[in-house]
Design a protein around this ligand. Structure first.
Ligand SMILES: [Zn+2]
Ligand SMILES: [Zn+2]
Length: 318
């Protein structure tokens, strides 16, 4: 009896000694998906540190996905974002025939989101997450990149201009209604998947004098009139009383989240209610997460928001 108890005790001690090693092994570096799977190097201008970085494509893409989409999103949404980011990046890589970053000729791409594509280092990304999520979120992002290795979005054999935005607010737009040049794969589609986005709607109140100032109109001339809008409700052209602006300019000047906007005029000024967040063209990120949570895969998501495209594989470095 005593012998048996001793044996159990010995086993327990052994287990206690081995347990930390087992835990480390199950979530340590060895089991991480390989984000360096994309066998290609990208030269990146880091606009924050003012340094030129040379990174394996997969490692770079992980930083883009972390910067462009909340890591709490479903894996398939993150995979769609990884494919879209890879498409944008590969189209820029000079060694693959791309144009590079026009602001930094020595780089393929820069980390300035207003110019090329946002990117964060692993340290920056994980620093923004709750401590207990840091490891699992980063692993999820690496997995999204690794599981989509070498996948890009093409239309008639050519890589697309894979634009995206946060929340479309019910429908996306034809690209020529937001910018000027029509593209066959950037068509308006209905989106019933982003309604739970925290950025679905916003109300902004501005005094009449503020509105006049932001729009550069003398207060006595200010008279807002929508001249043209899309079936989905985004302003294409609006008159300020002094000049005609495109929806995008109007939105930027007033600091509105979207050009899908209506307003009420009261004694104290204007109350603007915008629906959606961003330009509304291409992939709707919150819609992508909504679709993923209903069981759709990354490829389904991409085909929903980009009309007539296919997800194909690029052969890099050959
Ligand atoms: Zn750039
Ligand atoms: Zn949407």
């Amino acid at each position: 009896m005593l012998k048996k108890a001793g044996l159990v005790l010995l086993l327990l001690i052994l287990l206690l000694l081995l347990l930390p090693a087992l835990i480390v092994k199950s979530c340590g570096g060895k089991t991480l998906p390989d984000a360096k799977g994309d066998p290609y190097q990208v030269t990146v201008w880091n606009h924050k540190t003012q340094e030129l970085m040379r990174l394996p494509l997969g490692e770079y893409l992980a930083g883009v996905v972390a910067a462009e989409m909340p890591a709490s999103f479903d894996l398939e949404a993150l995979k769609a974002q990884a494919i879209v980011a890879r498409t944008y990046t590969v189209a820029k890589i000079r060694a693959a025939g791309g144009a590079g970053c026009s602001a930094h000729p020595e780089a393929d791409i820069c980390t300035n989101s207003a110019h090329c594509q946002a990117w964060v280092s692993k340290e920056e990304a994980t620093g923004n997450w709750p401590f207990f999520r840091q490891r699992s979120y980063w692993r999820k992002i690496l997995r999204a990149v690794a599981e989509t290795e070498s996948q890009v979005v093409t239309y008639e054999g050519k890589m697309i201009d894979a634009v995206y935005h946060s929340t479309c607010g019910g429908s996306t737009e034809n690209c020529e209604d937001v910018w000027t040049n029509p593209l066959p794969y950037l068509r308006s589609v209905q989106c019933g998947y982003c309604a739970s986005s925290p950025r679905y709607t916003e109300t902004l109140s501005l005094g009449a004098a503020q509105v006049a100032e932001k729009l550069g109109v003398p207060p006595e001339e200010l008279k807002l009139t929508v001249l043209e809008s899309t079936p989905g409700g985004r302003i294409i052209k609006v008159s300020t009383g002094k000049e005609t602006l495109r929806g995008l300019e109007f939105r930027q000047k007033l600091g509105l989240r979207s050009a899908k906007v209506t307003w009420l005029m009261g004694k104290d000024g204007y109350s603007f209610t915008s629906v959606g967040y961003g330009h509304g063209v291409g992939l709707c990120q919150y819609g992508a997460d909504g679709m993923a949570r209903q069981g759709y895969l990354a490829e389904d998501i991409i085909k929903k928001y980009y009309t007539g495209v296919v997800v194909s594989r690029v052969k890099l470095g050959e």
